[in-house]
Write a protein of this length. Structure first.
Length: 415
């Protein structure tokens, strides 16, 4: 974005971006629209013993309040908006596409254009129609073909208004979250064989989705991966934690992205490993139910660590010393390296720094598709008192924070 998004604070230099630079807000339909009753997530939330602490309910009611939300984004100086079209709404029964819901999303897209906002549309952000989940969901034999058909319908009916297309959000975690950890639908625990099947299925679905979008549209298309900053201290041994296994699955998408136009990058925190093993995503000791309680955590209670997107460790850190060790370099000589010399080997990679040699080799630009902002108690109180109306905002920066907070009313576990 070429214009300054807001007056700088006193003593601060204004931020300037090149022409064509996109800076925006990112959401998911189920987390914001409300009453997504035909989805597997709605059913999952209402099960006895569900890991979801509170059902989504009305969420932010963005299904009805999208004009206000998009206006708030534009008034905050943003020029892009990433959101998902909900498969459960658009195909409520197998092979039956809703003209009413298709028209609804055309209105959402048109509102973006009216405000000068580029729509970045995610075709699948976790949720599946109930009819599909009941016949196997991501593990169904024909899931890739069903997703291809869905992508074809969306691109034919909405593609003329879509600026960028994301096939699937965080596909590397679909098998792990739903079939090993049980924190996503269908809630199965410990079935690694089925999780591997899902990983293969979703990768095939991405390929077929890209083909469908390229065949029927002209917008750039790619996938969005969650790549955390994996940091190993002296004495730490790379292993097979869920974080590391997901990182290995992400490698498959990066390698297979030759037919894509970009790779979406999402990184929320760092995952630290010490001699005793995994130290986790820096959950704050005061967080409750995984929700942030302090300035130094994200909204799901993870350590706020913006440096994760850079992937660079401070000079003299244990990781930097290890990278400089000749024996370490010899062991990992066949692995690609970042511009700073960091090794990107299986397991031991610090995945946040995928831009660099990997992206250059694939000749793909990175698109940062999601980042959680620090949200403080003041913003929560602010929203409770005045619901974040545009006329009440004191600055564009505050508007961005308020929008982010409203958008994350229903935080999905691990996503």
């Amino acid at each position: 974005m070429s214009d300054n998004p807001g007056a700088p604070a006193q003593g601060k230099r204004p931020l300037r971006f090149p022409d064509g630079f996109l800076i925006g807000a990112s959401t998911a339909g189920h987390q914001t629209e409300g009453n997504n009753t035909n989805s597997d997530w709605w059913e999952f939330e209402h099960r006895p013993g569900s890991p979801v602490h509170e059902p989504s309910g009305d969420a932010c009611d963005s299904y009805h309040r999208y004009p206000e939300d998009i206006g708030l984004a534009a008034g905050s100086g943003l020029n892009a908006y990433r959101f998902s079209v909900e498969w459960p709404r658009l195909e409520p029964a197998e092979g039956m596409f809703s003209r009413a819901e298709t028209a609804h999303y055309r209105r959402v897209l048109a509102a973006c254009h009216e405000h000068g906002i580029v729509p970045v549309v995610t075709y699948n952000h976790f949720t599946l129609p109930l009819w599909l989940q009941r016949r196997g969901g991501f593990a169904a034999d024909d899931f890739p073909q069903l997703f291809q058909r869905f992508c074809t319908h969306i691109t034919r009916t909405l593609g003329d208004l879509i600026g960028w297309a994301v096939t699937i959000n965080e596909p590397e975690g679909a098998g792990d979250a739903g079939y090993v950890l049980g924190i996503h639908p269908p809630g199965i625990v410990g079935d690694r064989e089925l999780a591997h099947r899902v990983a293969d299925n979703v990768l095939t679905a991405h390929h077929l989705g890209v083909k469908a979008i390229h065949d029927h549209g002209s917008m750039p298309v790619g996938v969005s991966l969650a790549l955390q900053d994996m940091q190993y201290e002296d004495g730490a041994t790379p292993g097979k934690t869920e974080w590391e296994l997901n990182a290995l699955i992400s490698e498959r998408y990066i390698e297979a992205a030759q037919e894509d136009d970009f790779v979406g990058l999402q990184t929320y925190t760092r995952i630290r490993f010490g001699p005793e093993g995994e130290r986790g995503p820096g959950l704050h000791p005061e967080s409750k139910n995984g929700l942030a309680e302090t300035d130094d955590t994200t909204q799901v209670g993870w350590e706020f660590y913006p440096e994760a997107l850079d992937g660079d460790d401070p000079a003299g850190s244990p990781s930097q010393r290890r990278q400089a060790d000749p024996a370490h370099r010899e062991r990992h000589r066949h692995h690609p390296r970042s511009e700073t010399g960091g090794v990107h080997g299986p397991g031991a990679a610090r995945r946040a720094h995928v831009p660099g040699r990997r992206y250059r080799r694939a000749r793909l630009p990175p698109l940062v598709t999601s980042r959680q902002l620090r949200v403080v108690r003041r913003i929560r109180a602010d929203l409770r008192s005045r619901r974040g109306r545009p006329s009440d905002l004191r600055s564009p920066a505050e508007g961005e924070r308020v929008l982010a907070r409203r958008r994350r009313t229903f935080p999905m576990p691990a996503g």
